[in-house]
Every structure is written in structure tokens, then in C-alpha cells.
Design a protein around this ligand. Structure first.
Ligand SMILES: O=C(O)CCC(=O)C(=O)O
Ligand SMILES: NCCCC(=O)O
Length: 473
């Protein structure tokens, strides 16, 4: 461990505990929500925040309450609020240039773009993947990957250098085959891959996300419902995973060459923090290889050090890398990594839009890569995660009626558990705010931890103490 922790180095003035000056949703927050609500839908707003006074692992609300934040903007703040290293980058001439002269990157990349990519996002590329395409959000990253998969699939069928037929060109203008072919992306039950039109068809976590929206009739495969702790239920879990793998192989066969890619999250997050073992993912890779289907690993939430490796899929020891890995959230910039040349369409303008990403976000991503390396934050997250998991395991033993299925052992701070039911979970999330902790849920009745990468043992102690205060009340 460095002499001083990363949090101490970055945030010498970080509070030593939460500071509550009003009840959760105090008078200023309520007023602000009412007034904002006149022009903007605030019904999903948990708080109104004062980001200027948020610091490190603490988020400040409009009333001046400082909460220990273990949700971190749905898992997307990497280095704490107001991180000084990122503030320096924000003040740099390069950043001013990137913001004031925002380029249409596909058409007019800057003289610095290659260096920004090579030193930043590419410096953290998953092993084996040496190319990148940048996007605007996690959903967009997934959709760009899906498009790459479809274009790749048709290229393999049509053959390289073969032009589109007239029938293809005419039919695609009518949204019909053969130009708009009936190909599919297979996703898993309870998966979350985003909310744009294409990605939403692969999202399966909650009906409310999908209702009323036309969808592609794409297949879904069962995702293992494991028993936790995983290592105590080896036989059961192996059977469950084998059944899901058999179902996956069967569906791919039944779809008879029309599935272009399988997309999977390393840990299903929005859908309930559902884990599978490295064996499962190794087999998914084997099956997709054997059947000529691409494998997209959606690391939008799991990527960037949170699970104790930079990319969660590094823990699987795959026989060959995934074909594409998508990213967003903690990287601030979005996109996907890949290796196969044919995942770059043969013609320009097929993977394209005005912005094709955002250099200002790529500059921040470069800063994040540097800080994660300099401060060894991958190792820190692994260490803190183990510490926190062990403390929570003790709490689970002490309060089995309130906390069960603790999961995320050896997965950094990517830890979750189940509350008895949805009402108990929602009440718990509120009770935690009353003791100064901003914490999130997922799935039907789970609680998930998504702290920053500068969440340390001292923060873990505060969190565990707060949970115990709520449980013992
Ligand atoms: O609800 C959303 O769109 C954010 C989803 C997400 O990534 C999550 O909740 O894990
Ligand atoms: N997927 C997160 C939606 C927001 C929430 O339930 O907190």
C-alpha cells in the first residue's frame, strides 16, 4: 500500500464521516424538486445535488447533507467527486479545445486524436483487442457493437469484395430482407444492455424499461441462477450452469445461422447482481466459437477496475478473447474494443454519426487510466473489496433475516445481497440515507454496492457501521 492512501492524497479535506444537517430530502431539496418539476421530470430523482461541495466519496445534497456515496452515479464516478487530477485536465488547453471545437470525429479527427486514444482508452484495452470505436453512451456502445456484428455476419456470407446486390439495396429501403436481414443478437434473461431501440431488445431486466416500445423478436437464453456463496454450492451451481449452456447451444442451433452475436454482462447488474463462474463464460466462448457466433462482453458497468481487475472478464481465463468488449460509465467515454479486421465495415460511413464519441470525454478517460495505474487502484479495489466482503459476511451471519445471498467475493467492491422483499429493500435504502449513506438497489429485491475506486477501508468501516445501525434498530 502507498504511504498515503489515494483518497488521502486526492482529498486531504474529505470528511471523516457523513454530515447530516437536515432530514433526507430537506426543505431546499423539496423546493428545488418542485420548481424543477415544472419543466423536467423529477420523479426518478432521489436527491438534488450540490456537486461543487461534493468531495471524494461524499455526495452533497441541496440541503448541505454529505452522504457517503456507495452508488456513485449508478457506478460511473471512478475517482471520487472533484478529483484534483481530473480537474487539472478539465482546465487544460486541450480540454478547452475539445469542448469549444467539438469535432465530428469520423469526418474531422484532430491531430491529437490518435495520441489521446493510444495513451488513454487503448492503453487499457482488454488483452487481445487492439482496435477501438468510440460512441456516446453505454447503450450506444452496445448498439455500435451489434451493428458491427451484423455487418460482419453478412460479410462472411457474401464474401469479401462482393458488392451489395440490387435486391439488397432496394429491399433495405423498405426495411425488408435481404437488405435488412432477419438477424438477431442473443441476450440472457435479466440482462441489461441499455435503453435505446436496438439495445432495449436485448434488455430483459424489467418490463417497465420496455413497455410500449416496438422490439426485435430476438432470442434470450437462461442465465444461471446460482446459489451463494458460489464455492459452497459447487455441484448445484455446475448443474445449473450446464443447463443454461445447453439451452444456449440449442437456441443458437434453432435460430439456424441467424444469430450474429451473443451479448453478456460479466455480472448482471441492473438485473440483480447475478453472477456466473469463469467456467460458464469459458463455455459460452467455446460455444460461440464453435457455432460461428460473435461474443460481445458488455463491460459498461463492470469495466474500469471495479471488480478487482481492470476488466471483469480478465478473471475468466478465456481460451480466446471476446470478439468485442463495450465500455462506458467509469470510463466516462464510451465505445467498444475489438480485434477482427472485418468488424470494421468494408465501406466508410456505416459505423458513423456526427460526433462518433467525444474527445473531451476521451481526455478524461486518459486521465482515469493514468490515475488508476499511478495509484494502483486495481489492486486497491481488490484489497478493499475483500476487506468489505468479509465484514459484510459477518453482518450476514448476525442478521440472516435482513441480509442473504451475499455475493461478489473476490470481485472487488462489486458486492451485493438480497433483502427479504422489495418493500424491505426500499425501506433499507431510505433508512441508510437517514444515517448518511447513499446506496442503491438492483433486481427484484437486492442491494448493490458501487462505490468509487477511491473507496477504502476507512469508508468500508463507516458503511458497515451504518448498515449495522439500520439492521439493529
Ligand atoms: O436504468 C438505467 O438506465 C441505468 C442502468 C444501469 O446501468 C444500472 O442500473 O445498472
Ligand atoms: N437502473 C437503475 C434505475 C434507477 C433506480 O432504480 O435507482
Amino acid at each position: 500500500m502507498p504511504d498515503k492512501s489515494a483518497a488521502t492524497l486526492y482529498f486531504p479535506d474529505e470528511p471523516v464521516q457523513p454530515r447530516l444537517v437536515s432530514p433526507f430530502r430537506g426543505p431546499k431539496t423539496v423546493k428545488s424538486l418542485e420548481s424543477l418539476g415544472e419543466i423536467y421530470d423529477t420523479r426518478a430523482a432521489y436527491m438534488v445535488c450540490d456537486y461543487q461541495h461534493s468531495i471524494g466519496n461524499y455526495i452533497c445534497d441541496a440541503d448541505g447533507n454529505l452522504y457517503l456515496d456507495v452508488y456513485a452515479q449508478i457506478a460511473s464516478i471512478p475517482l471520487g467527486y472533484n478529483n484534483p487530477a481530473l480537474i487539472e485536465i478539465a482546465k487544460s488547453p486541450e480540454m478547452i479545445d475539445a469542448i469549444v471545437n467539438r469535432p465530428a470525429l469520423g469526418n474531422f479527427p484532430s491531430t491529437e486524436w490518435e495520441q489521446i486514444l493510444r495513451e488513454g482508452l487503448m492503453a487499457a484495452a482488454p488483452p487481445g483487442l487492439d482496435k477501438i470505436w468510440t460512441a456516446l453512451s453505454g447503450s450506444d456502445a452496445n448498439e455500435c457493437a451489434y451493428k458491427a456484428a451484423f455487418i460482419y455476419h453478412r460479410l462472411q456470407q457474401r464474401g469479401k469484395g462482393v458488392d451489395f446486390s440490387d435486391a439488397e439495396k432496394t429491399s433495405t429501403m423498405l426495411n425488408s430482407a435481404p437488405g435488412s436481414p432477419d438477424l438477431a443478437i442473443l441476450s440472457f434473461e435479466k440482462a441489461f444492455h441499455g435503453r435505446l431501440f436496438g439495445s432495449l431488445s436485448t434488455t430483459r431486466s424489467n418490463p417497465i424499461h420496455k413497455l410500449d416500445i416496438p422490439a426485435f423478436k430476438w432470442p434470450k437464453a437462461p442465465f444461471p441462477a446460482l446459489k451463494y456463496p458460489i464455492e459452497d454450492h459447487e455441484e448445484y451451481n455446475r448443474k445449473e450452469e450446464d443447463a443454461c449452456l445447453a439451452a444456449l447451444a440449442k437456441i443458437i442451433d434453432e435460430w439456424n445461422g441467424t444469430i450474429a452475436a451473443v451479448v453478456v454482462e460479466p455480472i448482471q447488474s441492473e438485473g440483480g447482481d447475478n453472477h456466473a463462474t469463469p467456467y460458464f463464460f469459458q463455455q459460452v466462448r467455446e460455444i460461440t466459437k464453435q457455432k460461428g457466433v460473435l461474443l460481445i462482453v458488455d463491460e459498461v458497468q463492470t469495466g474500469v477496475a471495479a471488480t478487482g481487475t481492470f476488466w471483469a472478464h480478465e478473471q475468466w481465463q478465456l481460451p480466446s478473447p471476446p470478439d468485442m468488449v463495450t465500455f462506458s460509465k467509469k470510463f466516462q467515454a464510451a465505445g467498444f474494443f475489438y480485434e477482427l479486421d472485418d468488424l470494421r465495415p468494408q465501406q466508410p460511413f456505416r459505423q458513423f454519426n456526427t460526433w462518433c464519441g467525444d474527445p473531451s470525454k476521451a481526455l478524461i478517460a486518459r486521465g482515469i487510466v493514468k490515475e488508476v495505474k499511478d495509484k494502483d487502484l486495481v489492486a486497491q479495489t481488490a484489497r478493499v473489496g475483500d476487506y468489505l466482503y468479509n465484514a459484510l459476511a459477518e453482518l450476514q451471519t448476525k442478521y440472516p433475516a435482513k441480509m442473504s445471498n451475499l455475493r461478489g467475493k473476490g470481485r472487488g467492491t462489486f458486492i451485493a445481497w438480497d433483502a427479504p422483499d422489495v418493500d424491505a429493500r426500499n425501506q433499507f435504502l431510505l433508512d441508510m440515507k437517514a444515517v448518511g449513506v447513499n446506496i442503491g438497489g438492483c433486481g427484484a429485491h437486492s442491494v448493490r454496492l458501487r462505490p468509487t475506486l477511491v473507496f477504502e477501508e476507512k469508508h468500508a468501516d463507516l458503511l458497515v457501521k451504518a448498515i449495522e445501525a439500520v439492521f439493529s434498530k
